[in-house]
Design a protein around this ligand. Sequence first.
Ligand SMILES: NC(=O)c1ccc[n+]([C@@H]2O[C@H](COP(=O)([O-])OP(=O)(O)OC[C@H]3O[C@@H](n4cnc5c(N)ncnc54)[C@H](O)[C@@H]3O)[C@@H](O)[C@H]2O)c1
Length: 297
Amino acid sequence: MTTTDKQQNSARLAGKTAVITGGASGMGKSTVLRFLAEGANVVIADFNHETGAGVIAHATELGFAENVLFIPTDVAVESDVEAALNAALETYGRLDIVFNNAGVGGAIGPLTETTTASWDYTMDVVAKGVFLGIKHAAAIMRAQGAGGSIINTASIAALSGDAGPLVYSAAKAAVVSMTKSAAVELAADHIRVNAICPGFIATPLADGGKPERTKESFSRAQPWPEYGQGDHIAGAALFFACDDSIFVTGDALVVDGGLTAAGPELSRKFPHTSGRNSKFAGVTKGSTGEKPELKKL
Ligand SMILES: NC(=O)c1ccc[n+]([C@@H]2O[C@H](COP(=O)([O-])OP(=O)(O)OC[C@H]3O[C@@H](n4cnc5c(N)ncnc54)[C@H](O)[C@@H]3O)[C@@H](O)[C@H]2O)c1
């Protein structure tokens, strides 16, 4: 076995083909580059031709010209989604991984100002787009008979109020729900379906055209000291894409640097009693009538 053979065999996605929607920017782009480095062939299915061409040029510079393809796609249009998945089959001969990741912030503002048109647009891209990706990936993977991995980008917005705009949050909750239902339905075909719930990730979607300011504020957004990056999501996507997660299906993995773990943030709101800056340590005994046993720090 040559060194190159060994390298190819150790690549976690060697011989696999992936379709990544929203692969022209942000966490999708990071995942395209990670999957290519791990030996996969990758089809980028994205609305934006210009940024798509940029990712293809970058991947070509890295030596992956033969392994990457851009297919202009609107994930809300069923025939586009079918065409993107079929392009993977026709070009690379198989389909193993579909990362339904494309998204927009969609409707914003008070709910009393939210129009049904902005509801429909948001739901079409964020929820229906994922449904279509799951539906057509499942059909192709089932016909192939070799299993597969479907990964959906949800959000921490799916998990609580005030973590994103109302319609976006509802659409992302639908993504988590579809992930679980599809995982159950497709398990017998060895097709795994998992979701990733990113926290604040400094991408063009989140930075409002001010990346440096966003990185600075996102560094302070969660307990983890460094800001969230597309690469952090690419790592989670790689885990779900490769056989390391062979017994994991129906999961919604939170990747947020501890943001949701922080919950009501008692240690910030009541720093004298809770957390690493607490002024006391010991045990309190509630309403038992017994005295607390505390030492001052
Ligand atoms: N950035 C964050 O903080 C954050 C947090 C939680 C979840 N998310 C989700 O992560 C995913 C990726 O977002 P990102 O932050 O990398 O954003 P991004 O804007 O950098 O990339 C999103 C990509 O999706 C594409 N896209 C949008 N609508 C499309 C459509 N109808 N059809 C095909 N492609 C379309 C865009 O062209 C773009 O290339 C989205 O689903 C987003 O909702 C982002």
